[in-house]
Design a protein around this ligand. Structure first.
Ligand code: SF4
Length: 230
């Protein structure tokens, strides 16, 4: 175990119970502080800018108390793959016999590959933030090539994962979603692409008003299956 692993605090908060964040599983969520993006519509700016408050030891003790009640853990954030303890933490979670799902923006393909190759992950929700021409505008990050590497690696490994895009209609429209769908199809993604409409809250990363309209589903390409989460 790395020095001071148990005492280090990277987790901002936990949700003790969820039935919706890991489909067909009873799970808890660990929200990791910090992120390598700054998405305009981010609801979690307190987490992105915040500090960890819960130690690895406290989180693992919580999981021990949930054995037999929960069957899975969702690692979210923020961006969980920038947590320097992610590998070791996943090993400890697996020792406790929980399944692990990560929510990720895909910017750390090497870490994700390592987690998969060590059999530490069961499912991934991968955010496909935007087509290439809007990626930096929305995320304030220009490393879309890293995202593509993650996407291609997951497809090549046939790893269980889903892709998803959050839509605010001032930022992304039907053409943008079709560009994403076309790209997923071209890369031979064989899963479902999920669309999540932006739901307005007061504290988001940038000053945004409610999304003025919903996407016109009739204009969305059917090259791959698409589902709408809200
Ligand atoms: S929405 Fe963007 S900024 Fe917010 S946690 Fe997710 S990747 Fe990070």
């Amino acid at each position: 175990m790395k020095k001071n692993f148990l005492a280090r605090k990277n987790i901002f908060d936990i949700t003790k119970f969820t039935t919706v964040d890991y489909p067909n599983h009873l799970a808890c969520i660990a929200w990791f502080a910090k992120c390598n993006m700054r998405c305009s519509y981010c609801y979690n700016s307190d987490i992105v800018h915040g500090e960890g408050t819960l130690s690895n030891e406290e989180f693992l003790n919580f999981l021990k108390s949930r054995k037999g009640k929960l069957d899975a853990v969702v690692l979210s954030g923020g961006e969980c793959t920038i947590n320097p303890d992610i590998l070791e933490l996943c090993e400890e979670i697996k020792e406790l016999d929980f399944k692990i799902k990560i929510d990720t923006n895909g910017l750390n393909p090497d870490i994700i590959k390592e987690l998969i190759e060590f059999n530490l992950l069961d499912f991934i929700a991968l955010d496909y933030k935007a087509p290439i021409d809007k990626f930096k505008l929305i995320t304030k990050n220009s490393q879309i090539e890293n995202f593509y590497k993650t996407l291609d690696m997951l497809i090549e490994k046939n790893f269980p994962f889903e892709t998803r895009t959050t839509v605010h209609s001032d930022i992304l429209d039907e053409n943008d979603i079709n560009t994403i769908i076309n790209d997923l199809n071209k890369r031979k993604y064989n899963g479902t692409h999920f669309i999540q409409n932006y739901l307005h809250v007061d504290e988001v990363m940038e000053k945004l008003h409610s999304s003025p309209r919903l996407l016109n589903k009739k204009l969305i390409s059917n090259q791959i299956p698409v589902e709408y989460r809200n």
